[in-house]
Ligand binder design. Structure first.
Ligand code: ZN
Ligand code: ZN
Length: 154
């Protein structure tokens, strides 16, 4: 095992050797091995102390030409979102296998979670929505579908 860092988003990855490549899942940057001098125990190159992690970020990430402030600030959210998407995908696959996915006659699936149990937003509810929220909901009214799985409109 070895520890890699991403000099674009600042994430640390444990590399087990089984992964296909050494690309950061969060920002698709190429990972780099953490240099030896950052490990307090050179025989255990898996974990960094918090101090050394901060030092590595300061020395090698923030100064890197690949550094990306957006990914750096949002990497936890991005990872969470990717995990949610992955979970939804797995859930959908399992639902199909188990025959639980009822699908729909429109051939539409949710762009956010890929569920197919969506329903058409009725004209009546759109009209009501317009009456209640007026002009501020104009954008929302262009949406035709509602996902029963993640409650998104699209
Ligand atoms: Zn990254
Ligand atoms: Zn959805």
């Amino acid at each position: 095992m070895a520890l890699y860092y991403c000099d674009k988003c600042g994430h640390l990855w444990q590399y087990h050797g089984g992964k296909q490549d050494d690309i950061c899942d969060i920002c698709k940057n190429r990972l780099r091995p953490v240099p030896d001098e950052y490990f307090e125990n050179p025989d255990f190159k898996v974990l960094l102390s918090k101090d050394m992690e901060q030092k590595l970020i300061r020395d090698l990430v923030l100064t890197s030409p690949n550094f990306d402030q957006y990914y750096f600030d949002n990497k936890d959210d991005i990872q969470l979102q990717q995990w949610e998407e992955y979970r939804a995908m797995m859930e959908h696959g399992r639902a199909v296998l188990e025959g639980r996915d009822i699908g729909n006659q429109y051939g539409v699936s949710c762009p956010y979670c890929h569920a197919t149990n969506v329903k058409r937003i009725s004209v009546a509810s759109k009209a009501l929505h317009t009456a209640v929220f007026g002009i501020f909901s104009m954008g929302r009214n262009s949406k035709q579908w509602h996902c029963n799985h993640c409650n998104s409109d699209f």
